[in-house]
Ligand binder design. Structure first.
Ligand code: SF4
Length: 496
């Protein structure tokens, strides 16, 4: 995983973990393969792959997201150098398998459907090159991921997936092309069994529900999963909190918010995209329209959620004022963890289809969050200067500190019978010392670290763990910003 917002590489260094989360897709694939096949997982975020690993295996199964294309190509090259047979699947290959001629077999789309055909053909001695489908599997039949293949304690959090698909149609998003518009959900019993298996395997700090939109099927969530998760948590009081992705209309449903808090959800990612209605309309983000997005975020925070926000610039309708509007929105909202992307059109999306027909695509597609594959309406020079203006502002230690202050003032005392209890471990103490050293002593941003810590101790002592967490983010964002400045120079050199 490259050094992006999502990898949180520098934060991992502070908390003493190797990587954010394990590769749930490959763990599920491992369970779909015959039980009597020997399996080994090499997560390239933790280890490099060795010649010995490859010689051990009859087949190397590789999976990747679009953002991991460069690393996937390198791994494929290495495997081929050692004459491995490669089987590839996952979003990167499902969209653009033609880009990888060295791969022997492609098992595309959702593996619950395509992988059994591949296995059958392997056993018959006649595997084909490509396996794909237009159907979506019933995820209630999806097996328990093979957790025995990973050392969970090397990761910051564990991961489960309750649903696939999303009912919305944001034109830049490939979720509906990959997983459909009717969210398919696992049963509560499946999820609870997965959670129990995770807790037997390790002690994660957080468990991520890696759903495209957890509230995509509200009825199912409110009537089935949440009540059973609440009941389960009643008997598992030391279970870590949950994180997930939702749409902003969660703020319209107080019953569901309360249920989610009681079930243990605290961190939610919300795609805000833009404070401008015109831009939301242009990308068909209908669920964000005709509402007060700022107040919605504040309501979610008051209920007890820590909101991470996704923002985009580069829509056809964006004017030059957008850059300042985005900074103002982010600062006022108290969204400490904010990610801003330049609009891009991933293959498989409606936006890609539209821009292709308008001859406005730049090939090849590069998923770097700072780049675009679109010939934008705004001059590239203005767009990137404005984008830089946003990042210079929101990643500045002083601005992260200010957002953290807004958040800690707004953050609600959520009334729940089941608060998340955090036992302080030895690793937490080491984390504190690393944090104090990197941010509080050697970091130029140390002033903001100590201000945040002391002000929280004096005013809202019970939020002190959040103050530490946000201080670690001051460091993460500073490092990410430095990386951006390097790539910014390259980007500017390319378009001038
Ligand atoms: S709501 Fe989120 S997951 Fe659903 S289509 Fe829009 S961006 Fe994609």
């Amino acid at each position: 995983m490259p050094d992006t917002f999502w990898s949180m590489k520098h934060l991992m260094k502070i908390i003493g973990k190797k990587s954010s989360y394990p590769p749930l897709g490959l763990l599920t694939v491992a369970s779909l393969l015959p039980e009597d096949w020997n399996k080994k997982l090499v997560d390239l975020n933790l280890y490099s792959i060795s010649k010995k690993d490859i010689e051990w295996a009859d087949y190397v199964f590789i999976s990747a997201m679009n953002v991991q294309e460069a690393s996937a190509k390198e791994a494929i090259r290495f495997c081929k150098m050692h004459r491995a047979k490669i089987v590839a699947g996952g979003p990167l290959f499902t969209h653009e398998y033609e880009k990888f001629p060295e791969v022997d077999h492609f098992v595309l789309n959702e593996a619950e459907i395509t992988l059994p055909f591949f296995v059958e053909d392997i056993l018959n001695g006649s595997p084909k090159k490509i396996y794909k489908t237009h159907e979506f599997p019933d995820v209630t039949k999806s097996p328990m991921p093979q957790w025995s293949l990973v050392d969970l304690n090397k990761y910051a959090y564990a991961i489960v997936q309750y649903s696939r698909g999303c009912p919305y149609m944001c034109d830049f998003c490939d979720v509906t092309a990959l997983f459909g518009r009717r969210p398919r959900t696992k049963t509560p019993a499946q999820i609870i069994a997965e959670l129990e298996m995770i807790l037997e395997t390790g002690q994660p700090e957080l468990i991520l529900f890696a759903d495209d939109n957890l509230i995509g099927n509200k009825r199912d969530l409110k009537n089935n999963l949440l009540p059973q998760l609440i009941e389960w948590r009643r008997h598992h009081k030391n279970t870590p909190g949950f994180a997930t992705q939702v749409t902003v209309n969660l703020a319209d449903d107080e019953t569901m918010m309360k249920q989610m808090i009681d079930a243990g959800f605290r961190h939610i990612f919300v795609g805000i995209e833009s404070p401008e209605e015109e831009s939301l309309e242009s990308c068909k983000k209908t669920q964000n329209l005709r509402r007060d997005l700022l107040q919605n975020v504040k309501k979610l925070q008051k209920f007890g959620f820590i909101v991470t926000g996704g923002f985009i610039v580069g829509f056809d309708t964006d004017r030059e004022s957008i850059f300042e509007s985005q900074v103002n929105f982010i600062q006022q909202s108290g969204i400490v963890i904010a990610t801003v992307n330049v609009l891009k059109a991933p293959p498989g999306t409606d936006l890609h289809v539209r821009l292709k027909s308008e001859n406005r695509l730049i090939e090849p597609f590069d998923f770097d969050e700072n780049k675009t594959n679109i010939i934008t309406k705004m001059e590239l020079d203005k767009l990137y200067k404005g984008y830089k203006y946003i990042l210079d502002n929101i990643y500045k230690p002083e601005m992260v500190y200010k957002r953290a202050k807004v958040f800690l003032t707004e953050y609600g005392d959520h009334k729940t019978e089941m608060p998340i209890k955090k036992k302080i471990s030895l690793n937490d103490l080491f984390t504190f010392f690393r944090l104090a050293f990197y941010v509080g002593v050697v970091g130029q941003e140390r002033k903001y670290f100590w201000k945040l810590v002391f002000e929280t101790l004096l005013t809202k002592r019970k939020n002190i763990l959040y103050a530490y967490f946000f201080s670690a983010l001051i460091y993460q964002f500073k490092m990410l910003h430095n990386r951006f400045l390097v790539s910014y120079r390259e980007i500017v050199a390319n378009y001038t």
